[in-house]
Design a protein around this ligand. Structure first.
Ligand SMILES: CC(C)(COP(=O)(O)OP(=O)(O)OC[C@H]1O[C@@H](n2cnc3c(N)ncnc32)[C@H](O)[C@@H]1OP(=O)(O)O)[C@@H](O)C(=O)NCCC(=O)NCCSC(=O)CCS(=O)O
Length: 380
């Protein structure tokens, strides 16, 4: 299979080797049980903290691993290959820390980022609302001046890590007349009176990476404002540019695991006295899986290249997420087909891969939103 080691430094490749081993030894053996019990991935995140992965998206100055966008892509893919629930909780944490890195002043960065990078604080990113999903500019959660601080009132939904997070970056309307330019972000810390986690959604996949509804009627100090008033929408969109490359990486990581399992099965499963892989129908399935996977990897690394170069990479991120999430869904489905009835059972990880992947065509902007963004750039 293609090797992307040439895109990274020797130190980054050593980090990736370590993450790949960690995912195989620490995450993969617990993934089926996590899926079965639906227990939140607390233990996996605590173990990840020891690898430096909780701060892999951050620069050294804020306690991060300071790795390139290519290395981050491969590291996220490695974690995904071990456990989808863990990688989803991890990348939701990145959405929160990226919000602060991109939007906040030095004091708020210093308050949150070093602890978050070490995994001593877990973050959540609260943008979506019951009536504002694909169009976050239509949000209703309000932040209104009260004394020296801000009163935040409203409801967010589908918030990964929301009920267990130590800090939540909440996007709110501060000027209802200004549309997207009237949105600002605030940090709400765990234990703030009036922060009320609602139910954990019962999801199809990523059963150990919970998403919560959150109700807010909280007073937060002005020091918790993430950057200038009105800058929240742009910050959220920049954060989602990063996040979409990470979703592409997650999809690639799970698709790689599905392909590896399918190749092993094709070699070892004996049908009619010969390995299944001798049959041309199976060979063509494997060839299509490998080709689609490679295309997804290349689109992901192209978005990573643009991100690393510091240029705007919105459309590249959308292409990477769109293609990788859809291709990985097809790859996991074909993997089930190759495994036949076994692929449909919980004795094998294929059906879990397919369930874990399904949300990747929806969250952080559905496939249809990614197409709008790509077309918007073409027509601008
Ligand atoms: C589809 C959208 C991109 C469309 O947004 P709008 O049409 O409302 O906004 P625009 O007119 O395009 O832009 C307004 C404004 O923002 C600036 N902008 C937009 N995108 C970017 C960007 N990528 N980088 C920097 N700046 C950006 C643009 O230049 C304009 O600036 P001016 O104000 O004019 O100066 C958007 O609605 C969208 O992305 N929708 C999808 C939302 C989404 O992905 N939600 C997912 C939430 S999080 C989640 O799913 C997981 C959470 S978790 O697991 O807990």
């Amino acid at each position: 299979m293609p090797d992307f080691a040439h895109l990274m430094t020797p130190e980054e490749n050593a980090f990736l080797d370590m993450m790949t081993r960690f995912a195989a030894e620490e995450l993969a053996p617990r993934a089926a049980d996590t899926d079965e019990t639906g227990a939140f991935v607390h233990a996996q995140l605590a173990a990840l903290a020891g690898t430096g992965m909780m701060g892999a998206n951050l620069p050294e100055a804020w306690g991060g691993a300071d790795i390139s966008a290519h290395a981050l892509f491969e590291a996220v893919a490695a974690v995904a290959g071990g456990c989808g629930s863990t990688v989803s909780a991890l990348t939701a944490h990145y959405l929160a820390t990226d919000s602060i890195l991109i939007g906040a002043d030095a004091a708020l960065r210093a308050h949150i980022l070093p602890s978050a990078a070490e995994g001593r604080m877990l973050g959540a990113f609260a943008l979506t609302e019951p009536n504002a999903g694909s169009d976050p500019a239509d949000m209703r959660t309000r932040a209104v001046r009260e004394g020296d601080g801000w009163r935040i009132k409203g409801r967010k939904c589908f918030i990964s890590n929301g009920g267990v997070a130590d800090f939540i970056v909440v996007y709110c309307v501060t000027d209802p007349q200004a549309a997207h330019r009237g949105i600002s972000a605030f940090v709400v810390e765990k234990g703030t009176p009036g922060l009320v986690p609602g139910r954990v959604e019962q999801t199809t996949g990523l059963r150990g990476g919970h998403v919560w509804e959150l109700d807010f009627d909280c007073l937060v100090p002005d020091a918790n404002r993430v950057g200038p008033l009105g800058s929240g929408f742009r910050t959220a969109m920049k954060v989602l540019d990063n996040g979409r490359v990470e979703v592409a990486a997650m999809a690639v990581g799970i698709a790689r695991a599905a392909l590896v399992a399918s190749v092993e099965w094709a070699k070892s499963r004996i049908i009619g006295g010969e390995p299944l892989g001798r049959r041309q129908g199976i060979q063509w399935m494997l060839a299509d899986m490998a080709t689609e996977l490679n295309a997804a990897e290349l689109l992901g690394h192209e978005a990573a290249r643009q991100r690393h170069a510091g240029q705007r990479f919105t459309a590249a991120a959308s292409r990477a997420k769109l293609f990788a999430s859809e291709a990985a869904g097809r790859i996991a489905d074909t993997a089930i087909q190759i495994h036949g009835g076994y692929g449909y059972t919980r004795d094998f990880p294929l059906e879990r891969y397919a369930r874990d992947l399904r949300i990747m065509r929806i969250y952080e902007g559905s496939s249809e939103i990614q197409r709008n963004i790509i077309a918007g750039q073409l027509l601008s």
